[in-house]
Design a protein around this ligand. Structure first.
Ligand SMILES: [Zn+2]
Length: 675
């Protein structure tokens, strides 16, 4: 019954669109942000999805609502410096059952977005609770003999504080005895200070912070070297610039999105390095499994024998995860990942409840077993079949096009590409083994994009001619079958990208390409794909952002970064042209750490090594690590500091200022959809 009403709704919106369909490249029917109306072809494609997924299966909705204790209908969380970091009412345009997808959203993604809208405090099983929908990740709460054990205190101080206070309000005020960081990604530890701020000195003094081996180094260094590029790309991946509406961001598959608030850190007191390690924390027994090298470089899962509860951390989740993260990251090893899921299944086969760092729990041994097997096989299938085809000569594009999950793995929702996709994960497998080169010599040394595009467009008869034909194709797509229509959009995206890269001032080309991106975004089942396409469309219409994400946001995390990594991150900012022909040595002494390092500039390369205090250098700088971090993130200017008492200095001030001037300050706002 409800299926047919949904089909009808989608049909209706498709028809309404056909009636007011404007010419391609025009923005008639566009919303305020400029996003064009879904075309008839897109409406048809999204309608077809209703037949491809088992929408009648409502178990996920039951599980996502099970055990609800309390919900805050006005869940809006402000940033410490003003503005908002979290706004759940902003997603109220998504119907609570996820059944009424508009033509501009893939119904499968819409459903996942509705599930991720279900927020509040939930009882998972006796003595085990979760706060969901207060951030990208979940905070889990385990009742211990005399207090609480918290698992994964969210991304930001603001959201973690709000979540913690909400839980305390409804569960009662008891001391926090331990915090677990399941892995080194910031959505699982960045909010820790938001919890710590509410604890008494006594609680803090006795608090155990438990993390997997390698946590501190991985957590504080993941985004240091390539941070500016990753955060800029994250704006695309998480739709940071998009409105929350049916032509904008609906969710990121894994959750609503990360809270861009105040990030923090706290050093672990207990490190778990071996699978099978058993800890008893305030009367609660936990058995750990180390899964580092799967979803994160430092990660564990754990089992609570008394509750028969398995915390899967992010080893498994209710969607297909990323082997390659489109914001940019080192690729993950699907073979190892799948192996760890199998190990978890064997180790914790008694589990009667599964809960994790994202999404809702699962109850029942058989359900958990089935879920783990199919998650395991999803990653192994993608790995094995990608390698098989690669060994037959398939290129990454061919792999992505030809690989599909087998029917047995395709019959539920949790293997679907709401976050990762078969397409980009297959490419990740290729990249893991082969890197960027397909061995086709035409790809060995191609011209940069703009140069190649200029020559191509010229040989095709110029931009006008290409655009005229592209418009015809765009129109024609409306009458094509779904696959052909989508493939036409995919090809037009590539073609028009060349016209834009040949001449970024060509407004018609930008407008038509933006319309093409809109359609690809509306059809995407993956949250990040939707956000990439729609952000691309947005930036073609409105340009790159005026401001990047400020590095100062990472200040608290950087304070715990191994010093050696700071210097590595300085070295990748050295402007080689400015450094040409210069050589110098600078001694940096951290007065609080009582450590000295020698920086050597030579051959346009910056090296560093730890030295004894009596080593001489051209200049010596003495300061504290926090002050050094402030200089690095731009909170403090070296020039001003040289004339203050906060640091001491020997040698030529001009030389030192000259040295720091050779370091770029990447702004994280570079162009992506234009040259
Ligand atoms: Zn996460």
């Amino acid at each position: 019954m409800f299926l047919s009403s949904r089909v009808f709704l989608v049909l209706l919106s498709g028809l309404a669109l056909a009636g007011c369909d404007a010419g391609p490249g025009q923005s008639t029917g566009a919303n305020e942000a400029g996003h064009s109306a879904p075309t008839a072809s897109t409406a048809k494609a999204n309608q077809q999805v209703l037949e491809q997924r088992p929408f009648d299966n409502r178990e996920d909705f039951e599980n996502a609502r099970r055990g609800l204790i309390a919900q805050d209908p006005d869940l809006v969380i402000g940033h410490l410096n003003g503005g908002e970091v979290w706004n759940m009412p902003g997603y109220a345009f998504i119907d609570s059952e996820g059944e009424n997808a508009p033509a501009s959203v893939n119904p499968s993604l819409w459903r996942q977005a509705a599930l991720n809208n279900i927020h509040g405090l939930f009882e998972v099983t006796q003595g085990l609770y979760q706060i969901r929908g207060y951030d990208l990740a979940n905070m889990s709460i385990i009742e211990s003999d005399t207090g609480w054990i918290l698992v994964d205190p969210l991304t930001a101080r603001e959201t973690a504080s709000k979540a913690f206070l909400f839980a305390r309000e409804h569960l009662g005020e008891k001391p926090v005895r331990a915090i677990l960081f399941t892995h080194s990604h910031i959505d699982h530890f960045g909010g820790v200070q938001g919890v710590l701020q509410h604890l008494s000195d006594d609680e803090k003094a006795n608090l155990r912070i438990i993390a997997p081996a390698g946590f501190e180094e991985e957590a504080t260094s993941e985004n240091i070297i390539a941070g500016p590029a990753m955060t800029r790309r994250a704006m695309f991946m998480y739709g940071k610039r998009l409105e929350r509406d049916d032509r904008g961001h609906v969710g990121t598959g894994l959750g609503k999105g990360p809270a861009f608030g105040t990030f923090g850190f706290a050093a672990p007191t207990d490190i778990v390095s071996e699978t099978g390690t058993e800890l008893t924390v305030d009367g609660v027994t936990m058995v750990f499994q180390i899964v580092s090298g799967s979803e994160a470089p430092s990660e564990f899962t754990f089992y609570l024998p008394e509750q028969k509860a398995f915390c899967g951390a992010e080893l498994v989740s209710r969607n297909m995860h990323n082997l390659y993260t489109p914001r940019g990251a080192k690729v993950r090893d699907a073979r190892i990942w799948s192996g760890f899921i199998d190990e978890a299944r064997n180790l914790f086969s008694e589990a009667e409840v599964y809960f994790a760092s994202h999404h809702w729990p699962l109850w029942g041994q058989d359900n958990i077993e089935d879920f783990l097997i199919r998650q395991r096989d999803t990653y192994k299938f993608i790995h094995d079949q990608s390698v098989r085809l690669m060994n037959h000569g398939a290129t990454p594009r061919e792999l992505a096009e030809n690989l599909q999950l087998p029917p047995a793995l395709n019959k539920d929702f949790h293997n679907q590409g709401y976050y990762g996709t078969v397409s980009h994960n297959a490419k990740a497998v290729y990249q893991h083994y082969m890197g960027w080169f397909t061995a086709n010599p035409s790809q060995l040394n191609p011209l940069p994009e703009s140069e190649s595009a200029k020559r191509t467009v010229e040989m095709m008869g110029g931009a006008q001619k290409v655009l005229a034909q592209a418009r015809q194709e765009f129109d024609a797509a409306a009458d094509m079958d779904v696959t052909e229509g989508r493939n036409t959009y995919r090809w037009l995206a590539e073609l028009l990208d060349q016209v834009v890269f040949a001449d970024p001032d060509n407004r018609d080309a930008r407008a038509l390409l933006a319309n093409v991106y809109d359609q690809l975004g509306y059809q995407a089942e993956s949250g990040p794909w939707r956000d990439f396409y729609l952000t691309g469309a947005y930036e073609l219409r409105h340009g790159a952002p005026e401001e990047g994400i400020k590095p100062a946001m990472m200040r608290e995390v950087l304070l715990h970064t191994p010093v050696s990594l700071f210097f590595d991150s300085m070295a990748v900012r050295l402007n080689a042209d400015d450094a040409e022909g210069k050589s110098t040595t600078i001694k940096v002494t951290f007065t609080d750490l009582q450590e000295s390092y020698l920086l050597t500039l030579q051959n346009s390369v910056l090296h560093h090594r730890k030295i004894s205090d009596d080593t001489s250098a051209d200049a010596t700088l003495k300061l504290t690590r926090p002050l050094f971090v402030d200089i690095l993130v731009g909170n403090a200017g070296l020039k001003e500091l040289l004339f203050s008492d906060d640091l001491s200095f020997e040698g030529s001030k001009l030389d030192l200022i000259g040295f720091f001037r050779m370091l770029d300050k990447p702004e994280g706002r570079f162009n992506i959809v234009t040259p």
